[in-house]
Design a protein around this ligand. Structure first.
Ligand code: SAM
Length: 253
């Protein structure tokens, strides 16, 4: 049985899609996609030797070596253009994820990729910005909690395959939000917190951002104890950030 996080990702993948899971580690996701009959074939990409071997082992034990191929390499470099309909990337930071997507895009590896299912651990904003800049449109966002941690799953389609009324222009316009929320929220927050998560007032959204505030407060405290003059400045910036998040959270109530 998959974890809730991986199951949420699997549920986003369009049935019948040839799927490439990048940074696949034990290849749990591709194995599930094949075993459940959702996908006809898959590629498990891994940069590192250990996880690559773990993927190979898992695929062999599941008897799926004919339909899932483990490939060792960096990011989308393991793909030939046109080989995958869907790319999933999960369990890494948003900056690395955007870097993998951008390097792949420049090398033509996203040609033919209609769907992206992404689960950044941090830096979701960087991923949303990359998607909207490069013609992928979010179809939905899920915020889930597992073992006390919050995870966001972002599901995007190429603009050409996105319904006519779901466009990046619309998603990132503050008018996408309920009228009561809109005046307090600038576009920046749509990228940071997620247009769908905000619009739906996702139940876990305050949890997630209270967690974030907690982290920032711990850093503030360290800054407060430091003698370095630049620590004062940094502390003030962090305080400003904490207040800004608090203000947005108050719009969610
Ligand atoms: N995707 C799985 C999941 O969500 O459960 C595994 C996540 S694991 C924390 C991240 C994996 O990404 C590691 O196995 C790591 O080796 C791999 N990785 C990191 N950078 C990568 C890159 N540039 N290309 C391919 N894989 C990468």
């Amino acid at each position: 049985k998959l974890s809730k996080r991986l199951q949420t990702i699997a549920d986003c993948v369009t049935a019948g899609a040839r799927t490439a899971d990048i940074g696949s580690d034990h290849a749990l996701l591709p194995v599930y996609l094949l075993q459940s009959g959702k996908c006809p074939s898959a590629i498990a990409g891994e940069l590192n030797y250990g996880p690559y071997q773990a993927a190979r082992k898992q695929i062999a034990e599941a008897g799926l070596t004919k339909v899932i191929e483990a490939r060792q390499g960096n990011g989308l470099g393991v793909l030939a253009p046109g080989e995958a309909d869907t790319v999933t990337i999960a369990g890494m930071g948003g900056a690395l994820m955007a870097d993998i997507l951008e390097t792949g895009r420049l090398a033509g590896k996203l040609e033919g990729v209609k769907e992206l299912v992404l689960q950044p651990n941090v830096g979701e904003e960087i991923v949303r910005k990359w998607l909207s800049k490069h013609g992928y449109v979010l179809q939905g966002e899920t915020l889930l909690e597992e073992d006390g941690k919050q995870y966001e799953v972002l599901h995007a389609l190429r603009a050409a395959d996105s319904p006519a009324d779901v466009t990046n222009e619309r998603l990132y316009d503050p008018s996408f939000l309920p009228a009561a929320m809109e005046p307090g929220l600038k576009q920046e927050w749509l990228y940071r917190m997620g247009p769908y998560l905000l619009r739906q007032r996702a139940e876990l959204l305050p949890n997630k951002w209270r967690h974030e505030i907690g982290k920032l407060e711990r850093i503030c405290k360290q800054m407060g104890q430091s003698e370095l003059p630049e620590s004062r400045e940094k502390e003030a910036l962090l305080r400003g950030e904490i207040n800004a998040i608090e203000e947005v959270l108050s719009c969610l109530q």
